[in-house]
Design a protein. Sequence first.
Length: 265
Amino acid sequence: MARKSLIALVTVGVLVSIFALCLVSAIQLLEPREMPFGVTGPSPVVSAVQKEFSLDLITYSDESDRTQAAERGDIYGGYIPGPSTDTLVTVPAKSFFADVYVRGGFAGAAKTVGRTYTTTTIAPLPTSDRTGAVAGLLLLPTLIGGYLIASMLYTFTRVAAVPGRIAIVLAFSVVVALITGIAAGPILGAFPTSDMWRLLPCFALVTATVGLAAVAIQGLVGKLGTLVVAEGAQIRDTVAQREMSGSQELILRFNKASNGALVEV
């Protein structure tokens, strides 16, 4: 009994450690680190920003190449120096948080070196999803759905490897994908209904991946596999919630730093 209790305590300690490391490392330091950023030439504004943030500068021969790179999602933004005024390029759809840092950082740097610039936005976020949160939130029902089906099947049958288990998980993945797509698209309008059919395979793939991985772990370690999968689902859920709760504070802080105005989003 003492040996089993010790094993249980060690197992819980390891899982808690993994949870803490994943959670803290994901959101402890929200700032650019070697962030790909496009330029067409040297600029004192960019140099000033690099003193504050870590940018991976990529030089493009002309503005057209830089625009195409932004549209492909290769860079988080760009800066085009000009004779009298410069152009800052932002790509909100690439990363909402990176867009906040880019705007705030370049506003302060331009003011410091005495340069002016205009802002051009490529791939803006839709008004129905102004923070780009929908993509992350859509993962929650698909991830949790995969965990639940594996957990409930094991709870009711007490075995992980039985004939037809994989087929059941795959079928349930399709059901989860349909429920998620219909609820988020046609009902709530979180994304255009026309895009739903392209997203359904993605939803099903996420659920199937989690569900089948859980079944495999359960087959190796028994009911402890359910706990391992639950820990992973909890990590993703907690990170998503913390990111969303901290987004407004981040916006307010950087708007205040850049122009002295508080803008509520």
